[in-house]
Write a protein that binds this ligand. Structure first.
Ligand SMILES: Nc1ncnc2c1ncn2[C@@H]1O[C@H](COP(=O)(O)OP(=O)(O)O)[C@@H](O)[C@H]1O
Ligand SMILES: [Mg+2]
Length: 252
């Protein structure tokens, strides 16, 4: 086991319906790094993330978290893996009938055994981290889109995960809001040392937050490189993608 690698995909293949979505994905994510995944809409980026937490099983290949292959694990065996991984999905997905506080407490209550006082403290700490202290009693419906996203972030980190997955965290946000979300992703990493995987369409965001950018193309990782190298790449497929991406956004 390579201690420097938090997550490893090796030869991961997945067919969904008639489509061979993943055709042998090989990808290593280093501990503490922020890896951004780019690629065409419908290309399998969300599918890739779902495999990591066992929401989908590959037809073949290995997916390791801290050196452990998660592919053969049962739902019960996946519980400790899922505890290590926080997720910010596209829509934010808060419970509309629960207050901000109750939304955040939910993952802790599910664990059971966490004393009420500790739950209160951790809710406050998580809200503080995303700049949302003081909004505990509000309902999600009373918050702006950007604020809801912040609460979703807070919920994703409340169990202090080692890894946080972000699926299109800035999609649908105005540039200023998108920027503040980017800053939050960087802060999460700096403050908690988490490993982050961010799927995005937004190249501006990718350049801002990424240590490395991986491009998923035709079911494989076509390339993984630094933001600078991606930006300057003479490879026609990369060049076209990183420069023409904004015209290709259909995944809202
Ligand atoms: N549960 C599913 N059942 C069947 N097809 C799916 C399922 N989830 C995703 N797909 C298909 O897999 C492909 C990749 O989807 P996805 O990973 O969501 O793409 P994206 O890169 O935009 O996130 C798409 O063609 C999508 O329609
Ligand atoms: Mg997606």
């Amino acid at each position: 086991m390579d201690d420097d690698i938090a997550i490893r995909y090796a030869g991961v293949q997945k067919r969904l319906g008639r489509q061979q979505v993943l055709r042998g994905v090989d990808l290593e994510i280093r501990r503490g790094e922020c890896l951004v995944v780019i690629g065409r809409s419908g290309g399998g980026k969300s599918v890739l993330l779902k495999h990591l937490i066992g929401l989908m099983k590959p037809d073949s290949g290995r997916i390791e978290v801290d050196g452990q292959d998660v592919v053969p694990l049962s739902e019960v065996e996946l519980v400790p893996i899922r505890k290590k991984i926080g997720i910010v999905f596209q829509g934010g997905a808060l419970f509309d009938s629960l207050t901000v506080e109750a939304n955040l407490a939910f993952p802790l209550r599910e664990e059971r055994g966490t004393p009420a006082a500790e739950i209160t403290d951790r809710v406050r700490e998580a809200l503080d981290a995303v700049g949302m202290l003081g909004h505990e009693k509000k309902m999600p419906g009373e918050l702006s889109g950007g604020m809801r996203k912040r609460v979703a972030f807070a919920r994703a980190i409340i169990r202090k995960p080692e890894v946080v997955l972000y699926d299109e965290p800035t999609t649908g946000l105005d540039p200023i809001m998108a920027d503040s979300i980017d800053q939050l992703i960087v802060k999460m990493r700096e403050r908690y040392g988490v490993t982050s995987i961010v799927v995005t369409h937004d190249m501006h965001s990718a350049y801002t937050i990424a240590h490395r950018i991986a491009m998923l193309h035709e079911g494989r990782i076509y390339t993984v490189d630094t933001p600078d190298h991606m930006r300057q790449s003479a490879d026609p497929i990369i060049h076209k993608f990183v420069n023409g991406i904004s015209a290709d956004v259909t995944d809202l």
